[in-house]
Design a protein around this ligand. Structure first.
Ligand SMILES: [Zn+2]
Length: 161
């Protein structure tokens, strides 16, 4: 069990954060961006990066090869749909995808848009963590958060139109 403190100050215990999110026990800050039968997309606003999306399966699985055929199809469709919306609505040219199977959560893919400032941290997988931490520590001002939330709502609107 993991103990989590919610943004309203309440503390809850969950077995898996992804399960809690995808089942609606926890409402992500900024809400659900998009949802299908098998997947659930939200932004982790703890990392204030405009257009960043976390796409989680609804089923508690860890590995790619555990996806059923229906989930595989849904996954690629949702990923494509979100990616297209990032490009069309937010003008995001490149995205990094990150997914690890040895997670304390369950199956979830990070879609991390690339912005010019990120290239100071490198161009490959080694830059992902420093970029996320930098965003959390240095790019979390009121104006930054406003941009992030605005993009989040624009994405949400486009995806659910
Ligand atoms: Zn889970």
């Amino acid at each position: 069990m993991r103990t989590l403190t919610l943004s309203n100050g309440k503390t809850i215990e969950v077995e898996c954060l992804s399960c809690a999110l995808t089942s609606g026990v926890i409402e992500p800050d900024g809400g659900v961006v998009y949802e299908t039968e098998h997947f659930h997309a939200h932004q982790d606003v703890a990392y204030p990066i405009r257009g960043l999306i976390i796409l989680a399966s609804k089923r508690h699985i860890k590995s790619f090869d555990e996806l059923t055929e229906a989930e595989q199809l849904d996954y690629i469709r949702v990923l494509t749909k979100i990616r297209r919306a990032q490009r069309q609505i937010l003008d995001i040219e490149y995205v990094y995808y990150f997914y690890n199977e040895d997670t304390t959560h369950h199956f979830h893919t990070w879609m991390v848009p690339r912005y010019d400032w990120m290239y100071d941290f490198g161009r490959s997988v080694e830059s992902v963590r420093p970029v996320l931490l930098h965003a959390r520590r240095e790019r979390n001002g009121e104006e930054d958060m406003e941009k992030v939330m605005k993009a989040l709502h624009a994405l949400k609107k486009a995806l659910n139109a």
